[in-house]
Design a protein around this ligand. Sequence first.
Ligand code: ATP
Length: 301
Amino acid sequence: VLYELQFTSAVEVLMSYWPHVKKAVGASEKIFEYVDRTPDTPPDGSLAPKTLKGHVQFKNITFAYPKRPDTNVLKNVSIELKPGQITALVGPSGSGKSTIVSLLERFYQPQNGKILLDQKPLVEYKDQYLHEKISVVSQEPVLFARSVRENIKYGKENASDEEMRAAAKQANADDFINNAGEKGGQVSGGQKQRIAIARALIQKPQILVLDDATSSLDTESEHRVLHALRKELKNCTVLLITHRLSGVENADHIIFLRDGEVAEEGKREQLEAKNGFYAEFVKQQNTSIHRNTEDVTNSSQ
Ligand code: ATP
């Protein structure tokens, strides 16, 4: 909490240099990783095509963090994220899900294998371009001590009220954007996530990563958000990292990661027919008493 507050006030001072800090703000959602990863960020590329489909391919990716070069956290991982599809990435804690996101954001370079974006090497793209096209929402988004509306508008320079309202609606956040005096610091966990999703959507990204970003929503809200994504961002490539069956059920393609390897993948029906990781996952979810209520302890709603 302390770090978040300190960082938030630092950001406020820097807000006047908005275009320059935008990238850092995006990365701030995982501040420790940001600090860690800065030295290893690959050099900037030059590709910035006018149109991007958002087709992502990881081909035989093996990766170890620079600080632990002997430990491969991804081992020969091959995955494909298709435009217009929601791909769910599931796996135990530490299996490498967020590492895949970091590689997609090009914060690190894999030791082996290729990452392609629309068939071209990811390393060849311009940083700023990737930042505009790929939107990542994390589980613990950082909000500024400003109104909900302003927090959403931070996703896009010069965003209009209309764009802000449309994004809020898609993120199922429109019920509280009008609350007078609602500040970023006073919202519940679930509201915070919805604001962060709206902030990402206003950017109209070609690739949207929800890294456990719907964990504090009740299943009905989560379903509504994902349904709106499908409708409004028809051709967007969505990567949904989730621990819940409700999220997985909304996906077109499901990937199970285990100890840095793809253990199982396919469509829901295909996985249902197997007695594998998906079946085990469903069993676990059904037996555990699972309450997906929003954390309303700090809510001023
Ligand atoms: P969770 O569900 O808990 O978020 P995850 O599946 O996203 O887990 P990662 O965060 O990708 O897993 O971590 C994969 C492995 O890499 C873990 O063993 C983790 O300790 C390690 N790791 C993550 N970040 C770093 C880092 N910056 N430096 C070194 N090792 C790291």
